[in-house]
Every structure is written in C-alpha cells, then in structure tokens.
Design a protein around this ligand. Structure first.
Ligand SMILES: CC(C)(COP(=O)(O)OP(=O)(O)OC[C@H]1O[C@@H](n2cnc3c(N)ncnc32)[C@H](O)[C@@H]1OP(=O)(O)O)[C@@H](O)C(=O)NCCC(=O)NCCS
Length: 142
C-alpha cells in the first residue's frame, strides 16, 4: 500500500466516496488537500483537510473502504498527513467529530488528539460536535 497526495485522476473515485461537492473536491485536489491510500492501483481510502483560520491544519474527513478497515490504512493516511504538516512547520492539528459517534472519537484519541470542547450543532445534527487538538510543536527536528 502507498499513501500519496490526491491527484486529478482520483476525482471520479473521490466524488463517489467523499461527501463534498465535485467542485469542492476538485478544488481540494488542486490545493493538495487530499491524501489517498492505494494498493495495486485501487484506492482504499482518503484523508481531506483544510485550515482553521486559514492556518491550522484541520482534518475534515478521513474514510477507509469498509472492506479495508482495521488494517492500518487510516493510520497510514493520518501519519502521512501529520508528517507533511510537521514538515511544513505546523504547531497543531485539529479535527472534530459528532459526540454520538464513539468510534471516530476513540480513533482520534488513539492518534494523539485531545478533546478541546464542543459546540451545540442541533441546527445540523442531533448531537454536539466535539473538537480535537493535537500539539505537534515539539516534533520538528526531533
Ligand atoms: C475511522 C477510520 C478512518 C479508521 O481507519 P482504519 O483503517 O479502519 O483504522 P486502522 O486500521 O488504521 O486502525 C488502527 C488502530 O485503530 C483501531 N481502530 C480502528 N478503527 C477504530 C475505531 N473506529 N475505533 C477505535 N479504534 C479503532 C484498530 O483496532 C487499530 O488498533 P490496533 O492496531 O491496536 O489493532 C475508518 O474505520 C473509517 O473510515 N470509518 C468510517 C468513517 C469514519 O468514521 N471516519 C471518521 C470520521 S471523523
């Protein structure tokens, strides 16, 4: 398995497997905001990120095909992203997930994130959105 940045030839697969609009997916590819995992030319999962305040790397979405979950793909995607963010000098990482979804929260904690508060998001979903932070400021050059 390899992990690499998303490219224009991944667009159709990402449109099928991500929740965002085709326009947004195309934009994120253009701005190097996807990592994809591939094996034998087939895509197995993706990580899409943006930047909170235009600065702090924020993992918007990570998804691995259900047939390939719990085989290390998500961890490989996360580490590739984290390494790239450390390399560019980021001090913190952010992400979030819905309070009612215990599995993603456990997975974020496993990757070193700590819960940093929640917002009432009933206007969009039934339970609050919990935000997570990871301090990566000590990692660079270590
Ligand atoms: C969450 C997700 C990205 C994790 O990717 P994955 O490839 O299945 O995870 P990995 O195999 O890299 O997991 C590595 C470790 O985390 C554990 N793990 C995997 N999924 C987990 C989960 N949902 N909750 C807790 N631990 C989990 C594994 O058991 C493994 O631990 P081990 O090495 O001690 O056995 C993937 O399961 C997924 O796409 N889920 C559906 C979409 C989703 O919920 N996305 C997150 C939205 S915020």
């Amino acid at each position: 398995m390899i992990v690499r940045r998303g490219r224009s030839e991944d667009l159709a697969w990402l449109v099928d497997h991500d929740d965002a609009s085709e326009d947004w997916i195309g934009r994120c590819i253009q701005f190097d905001e996807y990592f994809v995992a591939a094996q034998d030319g087939e895509l197995l999962g993706f990580l899409r990120f943006s930047r909170f305040w235009g600065k702090i790397p924020y993992m918007d979405m990570i998804r691995v095909l259900s047939s390939h979950q719990r085989a290390g793909v998500g961890t490989a995607l996360f580490r590739a992203w984290e390494d790239a963010m450390i390399e560019e000098g980021a001090q913190h990482l952010m992400t979030s997930s819905e309070w009612a979804e215990a599995d993603p929260q456990a997975w974020h904690r496993r990757n070193g994130f700590q819960a940093a508060g929640s917002i009432d998001f009933r206007i969009v979903q039934p339970s609050p959105e919990i935000f997570f932070l990871k301090d990566i400021s000590g990692v660079r050059g270590g």
